[in-house]
Write a protein that binds this ligand. Sequence first.
Ligand code: FES
Length: 254
Amino acid sequence: STRAAAPAPRRWRQRAPLPSPVSAVAAEAPSAASPFGAEAEKEKEERQFDWLDQWYPLAPVCDLDPGAPHGKTVLGLRVVAWYDRAVDEWRVFDDACPHRLAPLSEGRIDDKGRLQCVYHGWCFDGRGSCQFIPQAPALGPPVHKNSKACVASYPSVVQNNILWFYPRADGEHQDILQRKRPPFIPEIDDPSFVAVYGVRDLPYGSVGLQLRCVGGEPHGPCTCPLRAQGADGQASQEGRPRQISLYNMPACLT
Ligand code: FES
């Protein structure tokens, strides 16, 4: 879904890059003739990888109840996913009410389809704008329209039946979907394939995870080796691949 810019305070801040020592700068400028040139370039590219310029899957949509908000943590960022029935789209907000930072994931969807904070009842529309403050006098100033009463709304989209979000909520990135989309997996949408969704928290870094199902029989045991790898193909867990065995895998996964 794409939305108009929502005024929002941001908590993400990218650190300014540290100045490189002269010796490091020299090392980063391989000559064209250097046999290590390509390798150094690749290393440089990896160092420049922007973790906040990526789409991240939040959950398979089939796991989300449209009648309730869902709290998730991605990259240490706490967000809440909720279904905005006014436009038939899923939204992803900061999981912090702008009033007193209460988790919005503990709130509810009110009878008008807005996300309502459980603590003092502030209500937010799909763009993160506050629409109602129960304690505000009906004939008083429209305090709910103050920009400080808005919650950060992230770009989000459902693709491959998965809810994705982009972890930058500033106005500059609200149209990110037109420039960059989440990775598309055609087999998931292909009716000749069977797609089974599952979410597990595993003790891995986010640089990569390979999953391979190598055997099993219907309703029998199955062993799936899992290995964490960095983008360069090297193991990322203290330099060693970590093996995990899964047992009693459902037949549909074998
Ligand atoms: S903390 Fe959310 S309305 Fe007060």
